[in-house]
Design a protein around this ligand. Structure first.
Ligand code: FES
Length: 184
């Protein structure tokens, strides 16, 4: 079998070379750029697409761990999202405690509905009723466990006075080939 593969680790050190170094050797592996970034925010930024801004709620009317439903960036069923005030600060969170976040309501695996499975006090969505995927709402919706391989699409937010404004989406919403422009 050839030593040359698409694996970025193998582009740095071949299997043969590794065996020559012996088991006690300390090997420094150069990770691909997307794994070298210091925080999750940097990795997710590449997937962020901004859309028309839309006021979706008032900060003063939010109650901790009580989700508010809204549609964005389209008005159809797949664009159903939830806005939630978590107990702790979150990636992309707004408000004085940086704990107000929003996500799409459908599991990225096969579209299981998550609206009844939101646990703001724990910072999780799930387990999904279909195959049990759970998403971390404090960390940009990344998968904690289960069948899904893609994080939950996060709706980016801004605060303007008391207005909470949706500004874009990080990740592809389930059922779409494009979040905004093309038909599903
Ligand atoms: S649809 Fe949610 S885990 Fe399969």
């Amino acid at each position: 079998m050839s030593d040359k593969t698409c694996n970025p680790i193998n582009t740095v050190i071949s299997r043969r070379k590794f065996l020559q170094l012996g088991s006690a050797a300390v090997v420094t592996i150069s990770l691909p750029a997307y794994l070298r970034k210091p925080g999750l925010a940097a990795a997710f930024k590449a997937n962020l697409v901004q859309y028309e801004r839309k006021v979706i709620a008032k900060l003063s009317e939010l109650k901790p761990n009580e989700p508010v439903a809204f549609n964005y960036p389209r008005d159809d069923a797949n664009s159903a999202n939830f806005l939630i005030m978590l107990n702790d600060a979150a990636g992309g969170g707004i408000g004085p405690n940086e704990n107000v976040v929003a996500f799409n309501s459908f599991c990225t695996h096969q579209g299981g509905p998550l609206a009844g499975q939101l646990h703001g006090e724990k910072g999780i969505a799930g387990p999904c009723p279909l195959h049990w995927t759970t998403f971390d709402l404090n960390r940009h919706g990344m998968v904690i466990s289960g069948h899904a391989t893609q994080g939950l699409p996060q709706i980016t937010l801004e605060l303007d006075g008391d207005d909470i404004i949706a500004t874009g989406v990080m990740g592809l919403i389930f059922g779409y080939t494009d979040n905004k422009e093309n038909p599903a």
